[in-house]
Each structure stands twice: as structure tokens, then as C-alpha cells.
Design a protein around this ligand. Structure first.
Ligand SMILES: [Zn+2]
Length: 286
């Protein structure tokens, strides 16, 4: 009888251990989107101080045949109207630089919209930041119907200001976005991306929609992923000359060239920094 009881207890212990080891990977999956990718370090400090290219770079959009609202990629581009949650009447104001700024009357991007999901609670941007993200996501999903939604991470806190663990993201003009990947299913968070799973076509579609507006100041992207995108674009008829104002690659990961720059910690998401909205200058600092 005692042996039977001991045996039963042993079985119970083994079963509970097995349950624990099953549960462990699920806990890991629920890690907050940003904590895994932003580490304080000299590289991050350096990349936050990169000055914007002096010229607005506007890519002639060419891969998408459908557009949403006003046509992006034309000289007559007009800012679409942002859908905010809740919708608001007053315009936002971005104040100061992205590393020491505020956001007045920010627009909270809805947690789901056409072609995107926003997975971070710090989802406040300027009206134009949110309008441009919504436009780019909508254009991309119309071009690639049935594809997963774009995963949008941190923008800014309500009111802006310091947002742990970032150096920037303070004035509603910085956005973290997951690379668009070839893996099946709807991603919910950022995941390490490389040549085996980068969907270069869709990632470029989204980026091109943003770049075609001339409103993007900088994009931070791992140098190796820049190379993957760059090579895919060359294969699709782009020339080195047409890509040189856009990509830092292949000049070198520390060469200050192009809108898209290398920064460590950007192998699972890219970071888009929008220029100051014209109406917010001179309080807003690029
Ligand atoms: Zn960021």
C-alpha cells in the first residue's frame, strides 16, 4: 500500500514537471514587444543622434496599382485624415526633438485597422504619423490581399515624453514596425528576421508607400536586412543610382548616407522616424 502511494506521488510530481516545461515557451511568447530589442548601449545613443538627411527623399511609388485616399507618390500628395481612437477634432502638436519632446493632443492609433494591428499600448502619434501608417498598411494589404496584417509596436506615450526603454519615441514621430515576413499566420510581436523569412516584396511595399510621401526622415534597419531588400529591388528593375538616396547599403554600416540606416537592435523590427509636420515648426525639431 505504501509503495502504491509513493508511486502515485511520484507520478503526480513527474506530471506537474512536464506541465511546467510545456508552459515555459508560452510564457516566453508573451514578452513585451520592445523589451527584447532595445538595450541601452553606445550604439543606440549614437543612432538616436543621427541628423536627418538635408533633402526630403521621395520615392516614386511604382509597385502598387491601388491607392487609398489621396495618391501617394505624386507631387500633389496631400496628407490623409487620421483615424484615431477615440476620434478627435483638434490637431496634434509635436514639440521638441524626438529624444527630448512632447506630444500634445496625440492621435491614438486604433488597435486594429485595415492591414495592421497595433500591439503596444504606447500608440500615440501625431495625426500625420497615424494617417501615414494607416495609409501604408491599407495600400500594402490591397496589393497583397489575404496577407497577414502589419504589426505596429511602440509609437509614443499619451502626451509624449520619456518612454522606457527608448531614447527617442518622445514626440509622436517614431514608430517601431515588425518586418513583413513569409511565415504563415498572423504574427503578434517582433521576431528575428533574416533571408529565410523576410518578405522583401511586402516590406518594400509598406516602406515605399511611406517613402513616396516625402514625410520620412530616417529609417533604422539592420544592415544585413538592408542588403536583402536592396538586392531584391535590383532584381526587380531598380538601379543602384535610384537606390542610393534611399539605402545606406552598400556604402557601409557606419556611413552617413541614405534614409535607411543601420542601427543595432533592428533585426526584428524597423524604426521609422517622420519629419516634423510643417504646421508644428519651429516648436517641433527634426
Ligand atoms: Zn524605435
Amino acid at each position: 500500500m505504501l509503495r502504491l502511494l509513493l508511486l502515485a506521488a511520484l507520478v503526480a510530481v513527474v506530471a506537474s514537471l512536464a506541465a511546467c516545461s510545456d508552459a515555459a515557451p508560452q510564457r516566453k511568447k508573451r514578452r513585451p514587444v520592445d523589451r527584447m530589442v532595445f538595450r541601452d548601449g553606445p550604439d543606440e545613443n549614437a543612432f538616436e543622434r543621427i541628423p536627418l538627411p538635408p533633402q526630403r527623399v521621395r520615392v516614386q511609388a511604382r509597385s502598387h496599382s491601388t491607392t487609398v485616399g489621396n495618391v501617394a507618390g505624386t507631387p500633389n500628395f496631400q496628407m490623409p485624415v487620421a483615424i484615431c481612437q477615440p476620434q478627435k477634432d483638434q490637431p496634434s502638436r509635436s514639440i521638441g526633438p524626438t529624444t527630448d519632446g512632447q506630444l500634445v493632443d496625440g492621435c491614438r492609433i486604433p488597435s486594429t485597422g485595415l492591414g495592421y494591428i497595433a500591439v503596444n499600448g504606447n500608440a500615440y502619434g501625431t495625426n500625420s504619423t497615424v494617417a501615414l501608417l494607416e495609409m501604408a498598411a491599407a495600400q500594402t494589404i490591397r496589393q497583397f490581399q489575404g496577407a497577414p496584417a502589419v504589426v505596429i509596436g511602440a509609437i509614443s506615450a499619451d502626451g509624449g515624453g520619456f518612454l522606457k526603454p527608448h531614447k527617442s519615441h518622445q514626440s509622436g514621430r517614431d514608430v517601431d514596425i515588425a518586418y513583413l515576413r513569409t511565415t504563415k499566420g498572423q504574427p503578434k510581436r517582433f521576431e528575428l528576421t533574416d533571408s529565410s523569412n523576410l518578405d522583401a516584396e511586402r516590406t518594400w511595399s509598406f516602406l515605399e508607400a511611406l517613402l513616396s510621401t516625402g514625410e520620412v526622415g530616417l529609417v533604422f534597419m539592420d544592415y544585413e536586412i538592408q542588403a536583402l531588400l536592396y538586392d531584391a529591388l535590383l532584381d526587380n528593375g531598380w538601379t543602384e543610382q535610384s537606390l542610393s538616396p534611399i539605402f545606406q547599403y552598400p556604402a557601409g554600416a557606419s556611413v552617413p548616407r541614405g534614409v535607411i540606416r543601420h542601427a543595432t537592435g533592428h533585426a526584428d523590427h524597423f524604426h521609422v522616424r517622420f519629419r516634423c509636420p510643417e504646421g508644428d515648426k519651429p516648436d517641433c525639431v527634426d
